[in-house]
Ligand binder design. Structure first.
Ligand code: GLN
Length: 308
């Protein structure tokens, strides 16, 4: 017997399936042959209930949804002050791959755009016998509650075609924002973007943020509360790049999009939402991800003003 929430999700999934705008990401050739009709929605509550509909087991690359989790790891490792010295917390109003660096210092506006995300990756160091990337993927895995891995084909395609990210990293090196050799930093950034997830993983990751950093399914603390607080703040103002204002007005939750077609939204203390649908709008965010989040926010009163 289907619960009322499951039949509600079935209805909105069917309605939003009619939305056919947008195009899957094509800058990375290995990502272009995705099925544009894939569409999944998953909600996980902080007390561990999960509701799903559609293609929730289909795997895709996490892309920019990785950024808040790496930023949080850097904050936990180094503390707020050291990270703030390298990356600011101001919305840039620019698109995700913009060269948004402060004049003079070269400090990126925030850790959600690529310049700031490359910097955050550079701040995570190997520790306790684990490489930087192992530590990054282990953190994502604790958030998801299962071991995640890299799609090697997409990783190689990012290495081959990610010229703009390479340029950004060298520019950051010239300002001493990135202090080490940029090459391994760029590779680890491409690797983190190429981590495979499904809609369920992303909703558990979002629910872990909603649950102050503790995974509601495994009980494991994936991140300390201070880092979570900062991550959610920056997701609120910068997670949707140059669409952040319209997003917070119509959805009212901290969120992050990725060009793989994933979108997460977090209602602190209550629920994590994930949507998977590859066609993207002009901001690099999923068209159905936006529509679904707006619809759920309105119908379930998830906007932070109403949910309070
Ligand atoms: N790998 C992509 C890039 O760095 C991720 C961007 C995104 O998801 N917005 O350009």
């Amino acid at each position: 017997m289907e619960s009322p929430i499951e039949s509600y999700l079935r209805t909105i999934h069917r309605e939003i399936s009619d939305l056919r705008d947008g195009k899957p990401y094509s800058t990375i050739p290995a990502m272009a042959n995705v099925d544009p009709d894939n569409f999944g929605i998953c909600l996980t509550t902080v007390d561990g209930y999960m509701y799903e509909i559609g293609d929730t087991r289909e795997e895709f690359t996490i892309q920019s949804i990785s950024k808040p989790f790496t930023y949080g790891l850097a904050l936990s490792d180094l503390g707020m002050e050291a990270v703030d010295a390298k990356v600011d917390v101001e919305p840039s109003g620019d698109s995700f791959n913009e060269i948004s660096l402060a004049p003079g210092s070269g400090r990126p506006s925030n850790a959600m755009i690529n310049a700031g995300a490359l910097t955050a990756t550079s701040l995570v160091q190997s520790r306790g016998g684990n490489t930087r990337f192992r530590r990054i993927v282990n953190t994502y895995s604790q958030f998801a509650g299962r071991q995640l891995g890299v799609n090697e084909e997409i990783f190689r395609s990012e290495v081959e075609h990610g010229h703009r990210n390479r340029a950004l990293a060298y520019l950051l090196r010239s300002f001493d924002i990135i202090e080490d050799d940029p090459t391994p930093v760029i590779e680890d950034y491409f690797r983190q973007c190429s981590v495979m997830v499904n809609c369920i993983d992303l909703s558990v990751m979002a629910a872990t943020l909603a649950n102050s950093g503790r995974n509601p399914l495994t009980g494991v603390e994936a991140m300390d509360l201070l880092a979570v607080e900062r991550v959610l703040s920056v997701m609120t103002t910068c997670g949707m790049y140059d669409d952040a204002g319209s997003w917070i007005s119509t959805v009212g939750m901290p969120a992050k999009s990725g060009v793989g077609g994933g979108t997460i939204a977090v209602l602190p203390g209550q629920v994590g939402l994930a949507v998977y649908s590859p066609p993207l709008d002009e901001h690099g965010s999923s068209v159905r991800g936006m529509a679904t989040s707006q619809r759920l926010s309105r119908d379930m009163e998830l906007h932070f003003v109403r949910a309070a």
